[in-house]
Design a protein around this ligand. Structure first.
Ligand code: NDP
Length: 398
């Protein structure tokens, strides 16, 4: 039995609130966000005695500490933006509360994400006897647990890892992003990066691509991107020789993105406009559809998984593990599209791992550092069943 505080009432926050509400382990839920109306709208749709709401700007550590001390949750689930990660970790330390997030910290003025800032909290969380679980959405999140599960059960050493992420869905909008537009566009327009023989290889954004055949979907053009779990997985599983991340985009999405980028609308430095400073990407975010608003008419599926190659008992072996998630079914269950659903469900499963005592060791950890088995069991039960294929037909020639 535990209380949980959620920060962020966007697409993912709504799924987290719905799923926490349906778990008997969570007796009280405090849903907080910068815009209280969004919290209240979610609370109204749940109509549950377990849920209360509060306005919170999580950039202000003292405000978060005050709420945490009043409410005294066992865990804080951070599904606001990566900019808030460090302030929320500071607040958790000050109030003696465990922490979980789904995206690693990035400074607002630089489109760069890496774990160093959050890993630097290791000793403070250890000394406080608190657990911080980093990157517990789908990717990062489930993809790390899939890899840990493969290592535990099927491999002596993992050598090659390719994480593949497909959204074959259609939301009917000309151009929209499936999660926070600002964070999403910062991620995709960065130079791409992958890990090869102990080194990071950097290439221009969206310059490497190939078709990948996704189960029940078919072949989709997939682009090599840098993604944060590559950093933690290559550190935590040092036998990995090469690790890459691939994501599908439609031709139309890429064309829109290229136009927006070429005219300066994705810039993150301030420009003067009618006597005020504005950041073009923040303005673009304000006029693009909110991720939560895409849910109602979304059709199609997501398919995310890990192709893994390595050795077992001296012999080479390949393995593929994945989940397919249907947008319309997610909407029917919790009123959200599948990208929010596949992020929010693992965050709740991660929080339950802590509450149930499977994942509560003091310190700061990425998901692959915990026992994958109880997570794999529960994530399937809570809505994200997974399939595995031994010796699959790999889409990669080398
Ligand atoms: P949304 O933009 O829909 O929601 C973000 C929410 O955070 C909004 O309610 C916003 O409030 C709130 N927020 C922003 N700044 C603050 C602040 N300073 N204090 C309190 N609340 C704040 O984004 P999503 O729900 O789509 O994404 C949420 C998170 O999930 C992001 O960090 C994203 O990177 C991550 N993610 C992770 C994935 C994974 O698989 N690991 C996949 C997809 C997303 P307001 O409305 O006032 O702006």
């Amino acid at each position: 039995m535990a209380k949980v505080m959620i920060v962020g009432a966007g697409g993912v926050g709504s799924v987290v609130a719905h799923k926490c509400n349906s778990q008997p382990e969570f007796t009280e839920i405090l849903l907080t966000s910068r815009t209280i109306e969004k919290c209240n709208k979610i609370a109204q749709s749940l109509n549950s005695p377990k849920i209360s709401t509060a306005a919170l700007n999580a950039d202000f550590v003292d405000d978060t500490v005050k709420l945490l001390k009043e409410f005294q949750p066992e865990i804080l689930i951070n599904v606001a933006l990566p900019y808030q990660d460090l302030a929320l970790m500071d607040a958790c330390l000050a109030a003696g509360v465990n922490y979980l997030d789904t995206a690693n910290y990035e400074p607002p003025d630089k489109a760069k994400f890496e774990y160093s800032w959050q890993w630097a909290y290791q000793e403070r969380f250890q000394a406080a006897g608190l657990t911080a679980i980093l990157g517990c959405g789908f990717d990062p999140g489930v993809t790390g647990v899939y890899t840990a599960y493969a290592l535990k059960h099927y491999f002596d050493e993992i050598h090659y890892l390719d994480i593949v992420d497909c959204n074959s869905g259609s939301h009917g909008q000309v151009f929209a992003t499936n999660f926070n537009p600002e964070i999403n566009i910062r991620e995709i327009t960065q130079r791409a990066r992958y890990y090869d023989k102990g080194e990071w290889v950097e290439v221009p954004a969206l310059s490497i691509h190939q078709p990948i055949d996704y189960p029940e979907i078919g072949p989709k053009e997939s682009y090599l991107l840098y993604h944060e779990e590559l950093e933690s997985l290559t550190k935590n599983i040092p036998t990995i020789k090469r690790a890459r991340f691939w994501m599908t985009f439609s031709e139309s999405y890429i064309n829109y993105l290229r136009v927006l980028e070429s005219i300066g609308m994705t810039r993150i430095d301030p420009v003067q406009y009618e006597g005020k400073e504005i950041i073009p990407l923040k303005f673009l975010k304000a006029i693009l559809p909110e991720p939560a608003s895409l849910a109602e008419n979304y059709t199609g599926k997501t398919s995310i998984g890990c192709y893994i190659r390595g050795i077992k008992d001296g012999k080479e072996r390949q393995y593929y593990v994945y989940n397919n998630c249907d947008h319309a079914e997610s909407y029917q269950e919790v009123g959200s599209q599948a990208i929010s659903y596949t992020t929010g469900v693992p965050a709740v499963v991660g929080a339950l791992m802590l509450v149930k005592g499977f994942w509560n060791k003091p310190g700061v950890f990425n998901v692959e550092e915990f026992d994958p088995d109880p997570f794999m069991e529960l994530v399937a039960k809570l809505g994200l069943p997974w399939q595995e294929i031994m010796d699959p037909q790999s889409p990669f020639v080398d």
